[in-house]
Design a binder for this molecule. Structure first.
Ligand code: MG
Ligand code: MG
Length: 250
C-alpha cells in the first residue's frame, strides 16, 4: 500500500512541510477584504523563494500558480486570478512545496473578516474531520477506518462529505498510491496501515449537496448547488508511535 518511507526521507518531507505551514501562515495573514487571489499566490511564491523550495503545483498538468485559491462555493483547485475577496467570504488555500525532491501538501480554509455562523461551523467541522481522520491513521488500522472517521464528523454535524476527490500517498511525487477516501469504502479495508506510510488526508465538506462540477477552465471544482465548501489537508507520516503531522510550523 504505497512505498514506505525511511526516517531520513520523512525528515526531509517535514522540512518541505514546514515551508507549506509558512505559506499558510503568510497567505492567511494576507487574506482580507479587497485582496485578490493572485496577490495571495504572490505571497506564497515569496515563501518558496525565501526557503529555496520548489513548487509542486506550478506547471502540474499546466496549473498556472503555486497555490489553489478556492472561495465560497469553490471546493478545490481554484486558480488565483483577479477575484477580489469580500468580508464574509471563506477561502480555501491549498499549498505545496518540494525540498530536495520530497513533497508536502496541505490546505486550510480561513474566513475573510467576519463570517456567518453557518460558515464558521463549516470550517470548524472540516478541521475536526481532518483531526479525527489523522487520529485513525495508525499501524494496524485501515484506510477505511480513516475515511470513516473523517466522514462521521461531517455527518454528525449535518454536513456532507465530497466523494469525487480523495487524499493520496505522497513522497517523491505529490500524488502516489494509495488513494485515501474521506468516507468508508470497501476498497480501503484490505490493507493494514504500516509504519512508513505517508499520506495527504484532505476532507472536503459542504453545507448543501456534496455534488460537484468542474468549470470550463478545466480546474475549478464547484458545488453544483452553489453552497459553500471547506477543505483541510495535512501530510502525515505513520510511525510506530502514532501519526506524525509533517505540515506544521517549525
Ligand atoms: Mg493539497
Ligand atoms: Mg493533496
Amino acid at each position: 500500500m504505497g512505498l514506505r518511507k525511511a526516517p531520513d526521507e520523512i525528515r526531509t518531507m517535514a522540512r518541505a512541510g514546514r515551508v507549506v505551514a509558512e505559506m499558510h501562515e503568510e497567505c492567511s495573514r494576507a487574506v482580507r477584504p479587497g485582496v485578490t487571489t493572485r496577490e495571495i499566490d504572490r505571497v506564497a511564491r515569496e515563501v518558496l523563494t525565501r526557503r529555496n523550495a520548489e513548487s509542486n503545483f506550478l506547471g502540474y498538468h499546466g496549473f498556472p500558480a503555486v497555490i489553489c485559491t478556492s472561495p465560497n462555493s469553490v471546493v478545490v483547485h481554484g486558480i488565483p486570478d483577479d477575484t477580489v475577496l469580500c468580508a464574509g467570504d471563506v477561502i480555501s488555500l491549498d499549498c505545496g512545496a518540494i525540498i530536495d525532491g520530497w513533497h508536502a501538501d496541505a490546505a486550510i480554509t480561513v474566513p475573510v473578516d467576519e463570517i456567518d455562523d453557518e460558515s464558521a461551523q463549516l470550517i470548524e467541522v472540516t478541521r475536526a474531520s481532518l483531526a479525527s481522520a489523522i487520529e485513525a491513521l495508525r499501524v494496524g488500522g485501515t484506510l477505511a477506518d480513516v475515511g470513516g472517521a473523517a466522514e462521521r464528523v461531517a455527518m454528525d454535524a449535518g454536513l456532507a462529505m465530497v466523494r469525487e476527490y480523495v487524499g493520496h500517498g505522497i513522497g517523491t511525487a505529490m500524488h502516489e498510491a494509495p488513494e485515501v477516501p474521506n468516507y468508508r469504502t470497501g476498497r480501503g479495508r484490505r490493507h493494514r496501515i504500516r509504519s512508513g506510510l505517508v499520506v495527504a488526508i484532505e476532507p472536503m465538506v459542504t453545507i448543501g449537496s456534496p455534488e460537484t462540477a468542474v468549470l470550463d477552465d478545466g480546474w475549478t471544482v464547484v458545488t453544483v448547488d452553489g453552497g459553500r465548501a471547506a477543505h483541510f489537508e495535512h501530510t502525515i507520516a505513520v510511525t510506530d508511535d502514532g501519526p506524525e503531522v509533517l505540515t506544521l510550523p517549525g
